[in-house]
Design a protein around this ligand. Structure first.
Ligand code: F6P
Length: 370
């Protein structure tokens, strides 16, 4: 059996752990030959692959990034280097030519949408869910998320002490695209006073009110966590850039600065903004992400051996599972407003930037999956 392996979309801590998990499982237990595709789908389009023997995947568990490289603009159904031509037939033909029996794609929703299209054309594909954003449908966790949350939590801890020293209002802008998972989890872990997420539209007036209330209580500093996709009531998301032809063309960014300006006009304290940016995606994965990524990889290897194609590996009710690509493609998993962490934040006095916001804080209501 010959199995191709690629990493698509933006990189994420734990990609190498998955590569290692899939490859070791297939090489050691199924005598398979593993082929690495370079730079995501770009490698399939440009016909760039290389053998991935055991020694290549050994010693990479803790490495950040991806040994295969990745691309978040290459899409075989709309190839940016050839006037957005559909080159999917050529991709399938190349996979047949090099004798691939199956392909494992490690990526986010863009990658899963492409995988869904190729699966419909008859390719034997399995997906593994990757993204620091934790926003993939069908799985309650993606690997990389835990690492991003740890990094942002450390940022909050460090910002906390300097905010206190200077009586400042400090804004921290996180990644996460259209969902607020990173901001919510890191905000809670770091003890942020305000957490602004795309799922709950905020008002600058209510954020200013929190800062003033804290000051009135003698707490002269405020920590505000804002997800890049957060927006004011009736307002728009702040877009930094549009990357033409990318499966995910809109790049968000700048919402922290926008809030800094609006808030400065309403309060006396000095307001400053910190953006951890791509630090959230770089470096070694946490222990949890190494374990999750390895288990996802091995599970994907087992699925290949069993011929269970057209599915993405998933975590459901804290168990390994799989979901059909159809249920994942082109969807975003936002934080449901009845999520236990929303209730946890609300119950501990965290503001979502909306004075009227309320949610039930009952044990029965809080029994959902974390
Ligand atoms: O999806 C991962 C992610 O890091 C998002 O949180 C962020 O919006 C986006 O990718 C940034 O993409 P790029 O690295 O292309 O700027």
């Amino acid at each position: 059996m010959r199995v191709g392996l690629l990493t698509g979309g933006g990189d994420c801590p734990g990609l190498n752990a998955v590569i290692r998990g899939v490859a070791k499982c297939l090489i050691l237990h199924h005598r398979a030959e593993v082929v690495g595709v370079e730079d995501g789908f770009l490698g399939l389009i440009e016909r760039r692959t290389r053998p991935l023997p055991y020694r290549e995947v050994s010693g990479i568990l803790t490495l950040g990034g991806t040994i295969l490289g990745s691309s978040n603009i290459a899409n075989p159904f709309s190839y940016y280097k050839q006037d957005n031509a559909d080159v999917s037939e050529q991709v399938c033909e190349y996979c047949r030519l090099i004798g691939l029996d199956a392909l494992v794609v490690i990526g986010g929703d863009g990658t899963m949408s492409i995988a869904n299209g190729l699966a419909k054309m008859g390719m034997n594909i399995i997906g593994v869910p990757k993204t620091i954003d934790n926003d993939l449908m069908g799985t309650e966790r993606t690997f990389g998320f835990d690492t991003a949350v740890s990094i942002v939590t450390e940022v909050v801890d460090r910002i906390h002490t300097t905010a206190q020293s200077h009586d400042r209002v400090m804004i921290i802008e996180t990644m996460g695209r259209y969902a607020g998972w990173i901001a919510l989890y890191a905000g809670l872990a770091g003890g942020a006073d305000v957490i602004l997420i795309p799922e709950i539209e905020y008002t600058v007036e209510d954020v200013a009110w929190v800062c003033r209330q804290r000051e009135a209580r003698g707490q002269n500093f405020t920590i505000i966590m804002i997800a890049e996709g957060a927006r004011t009531q009736g307002g728009d998301m702040v877009v930094k850039q549009v990357v033409e032809n990318s499966p995910d063309p809109v790049r968000l960014g700048g919402v922290g600065k926008a809030l800094e300006q609006a808030l400065s006009a309403q309060i006396d304290s000095e307001v400053r903004t910190t953006i951890p940016g791509h630090m959230q995606r770089g470096g070694t994965p946490t222990a949890f992400d190494r374990d999750l990524a390895t288990a996802f990889g091995v599970y994907a290897g087992a699925m290949v051996a069993e011929g269970r194609f057209g599915h993405m590996v998933a975590l459901q009710n804290n168990r390994l599972a799989s979901v059909p690509f159809e249920e994942v493609a082109n969807k975003t998993r936002m934080i449901p407003l009845n999520h236990p962490m929303i209730a946890t934040a609300h119950a501990t006095g965290v503001s979502f930037g909306l004075r009227d916001f309320d949610c039930r804080i009952e044990s029965s209501h809080m029994e959902g999956i974390l």
